[in-house]
Design a protein around this ligand. Sequence first.
Ligand code: S3P
Length: 415
Amino acid sequence: MSKVTVPKLNSYDRTLTVAPDKSISVRAVVLCSYAHGKSTVRNISLCDDVLSAIDCMRRLGANITIEGNTAHITGAPFRSCSVDCGNSDTTARLLIGLLSGLNGVFEVNGNMPLALRSMRHIIDPLRLMGARITDADGHLPVRIIGSPLGGLEYFMPLSSAQIKSALLLAGLNSSSTVTVTEKIKTRDHTERMLKTLNGEVTEDGDTVQCANSVLFGNDITVPGDISAAAYPLALGVCLNGSCTVKNVGLNETRTGFLDVLRKIGAKVEVSNFVDGAEPSGDITVSGGRLRPIIIGASDVSHVIDEIPILCALACHIDGISVIEGAWELCNNDSAVISATVAALKALGADIEEIDGGMIIRGGKKLTCGCIDPRDDHRIAMAAAVAGAAGGGVCITNADCVEVGYPSFFAEVIGG
Ligand code: S3P
């Protein structure tokens, strides 16, 4: 599948499940591989990023078997080796933190797009703890000579769950506590999973601490990915239909997209709520008369992965939508703004890039066009939604969706 044609849809009334949460699945693979004993991870995502994490952890020594969508993981002391994180920045960043305080010599590597992303925001504070890391001018490959680590009190200049997670994982082997304070609270999946695995983690507002701890395996169930659910939900809203996505993660550090839908006037209902280690439930949305989307710097960390789909939605809403303040959080994928703007422009949208965001003059009829998602699965999926609700779209290199949501076209568009 490298070129996909998405037809114009006239209505969207669906009930579906979406891909399991990628952020939680990667953490489950990394942390259960490190924990003592056996873990079972149910409903694990088997997207490319999680497969990369599994490959890394097997190389480090963990025993991982997959049966259907369940992973059986037996942890092991890690051996010195070189790991390839593929495209998974979450795997690379979590591993750099975790491996820094262990015995051994490790090399963390990744593919070309990943090698372009900076690791400096992680390496600099780890060095303050005593980590011995050499890097390629702040990028992968990173070589780590595992060393005794001291504690850290760190105010994160950037809001990033990956940086926070790397530092907390270094804290598992540090001589005193790691304390991280965030400007804006980012996703807390690492904190929750550490607690499930016996890690000593405490939280107080936007400050989180991790103390030296021994992790033990446990059973983990991964909910559906709210970032994946955003695509069919947005399509239901764009086409003034209705959409129910069942068993979706409802961790409140991830539900910013639902808050935006409510703010613009869509009807959002949550049912079958389960308050587990990661809360989950069913989400139903329906459209109506919608107001433009306004997102500022303080909202952006809770919708950072949903910016392309919010832009696609904004194209179908009358009035001027503005997304601002995303520059600070684009340390992962700085090209996402310009790539989203280019893709939606190719469909005839009136969208303009501004510093750290975009302005969309919505309500203009979209036409059928051909777009290049520039290797970003979120842009391919957002363009598919914009096109399905507009005049159709042809997407080249559409297999980039394998990174996060392999069955997207069949499940969300085809159905
Ligand atoms: C992720 C955190 C986010 C997000 C990324 C996954 C994670 O990045 O954009 O897709 O799993 O921790 P930040 O580290 O910038 O918050």
